[in-house]
Design a protein around this ligand. Structure first.
Ligand SMILES: Cc1ncc(COP(=O)(O)O)c(C=O)c1O
Length: 348
């Protein structure tokens, strides 16, 4: 018998959205940015590629300094991760012993559950209300770590700020506010880092900076917390290409801000159009929307769209089994999605 830990054996593992191996799909299933980053970010890549023989900078200095300019915190208060998933794992291993408690909402980003289980920690979930929002602060005195995303998937709305504030205030452990989608909204939680000594904000370049394929994320927190987390990360956790492309992307703020605005404009149109097509759709602060078709089962809609080469996300989770989550694509992609949905509705 192999000595596989019980907690690993009993975990199905994380189920990511499909990444088809062909390019003939309209991909609206994993919240990637539909717009490519500017070509100029690749200019310095050749020089980096010549250095692949050498290990990368273990502490991602240039990237963290570039992030510091944008985030407005000293780079010593920023830790770089191989995607923000890496940051979540580092936080878990820094603050939680196996057997101790980690708290998060239900539903939320499903990776929190997977990594907590694999770590052998105890999970405490706090259900959101019917509208997938908070009715009160997330209080869990035994939690060493609280993962809380705002905007929170799969709804994509920011959580109530006052409740979030009270969550941080009352927590006895560390609160990690996952801001993966924050650039598509008007709010952020930077001030929480200044206000509370137990708060980490995580950020990713996967969504708003169009770098999902490269894997760059960050933790921003107090010096004390970042110092401890830095001991836990893999020694060379970001490769050369990730460090270079991440730092380069930060130089194109105007370009990315235009893209974020474009996504927000398309999002508004998508929500209105889906409502007109008989969907229950929530407002969103992210680059995706959660929508429930009222004239077809969500699972069937997912399958029919897939047959027509459009991928959206369907979750078997009981709270959202009659919803699909749709990433905001380009205008052309959304036009095609709406056209197909209209045909399906006419056939229903
Ligand atoms: C809430 C949330 N946090 C983090 C991530 C992961 O981001 P990254 O690509 O930086 O690992 C996702 C990805 O879907 C997400 O939805």
């Amino acid at each position: 018998m192999l000595p596989i830990r019980d907690c690993v054996q009993q975990t199905p593992g994380y189920v990511p959205g499909e990444q088809p191996q062909t390019t003939d799909y309209i991909k609206l299933n994993t919240n990637e940015n539909p717009y490519a980053p500017p070509d100029e970010i690749f200019d310095s890549l050749e020089e980096e590629l010549k250095k692949v023989r050498l290990y990368p900078d273990p502490v991602s200095t240039k990237l963290r300094k570039a992030a510091s300019e944008v985030f407005g915190f000293p780079y010593e208060q920023i830790l770089a991760g191989n995607g923000s998933d890496d940051i979540l794992n580092i936080a878990l291993r820094t603050f939680v012993d196996p057997g101790e408690t980690v708290a998060f909402l239900d539903p939320t980003y499903s990776l929190y559950e997977t990594i907590t289980k694999v770590h052998g920690a105890t999970i405490k979930t706090i259900p959101t209300n019917d509208k997938f929002e908070l009715d009160s602060p997330l209080i869990c005195p035994e939690a060493k770590l609280i993962f809380i995303a705002s905007p929170n998937p799969p709804l994509g709305k920011h959580l109530n700020r006052q409740y979030l504030q009270e969550t941080c205030e009352q927590a006895t452990g560390v609160v990690l506010i996952d801001e993966a989608y924050v650039d598509f909204s008007d709010e952020d939680h930077w001030e929480f880092i200044k206000q509370y000594n137990n708060v980490i904000v995580s950020r990713t370049m996967s969504k708003s900076y169009s770098l999902a394929g490269i894997r760059v994320g960050f933790a921003i927190s107090s010096l004390d917390i970042i110092k401890q987390m830095d001991k836990v990360r893999d020694s060379y956790n970001l490769d050369r290409l990730a460090q270079t492309l991440g730092a380069n992307c930060f130089q194109f703020q105007d370009y990315f801000q235009d893209i974020w605005q474009k996504v927000r404009t398309t999002r508004t149109r998508l929500i209105t159009s889906l409502r007109n097509l008989g969907f229950l759709v929530f407002d969103s602060d992210a680059n995706f929307v959660l929508a429930s078709p009222q004239w077809i089962e969500a699972a069937e809609l997912y399958n029919k769209l897939k047959e027509r080469k459009i991928l959206v996300r369907y979750f078997k989770h009981p709270r959202i089994s009659n919803y699909v989550r749709i990433t905001v694509g380009t205008d052309e992609e959304i036009d095609r999605l709406l056209e197909v949905i209209e045909q399906l509705k006419n056939e229903a």
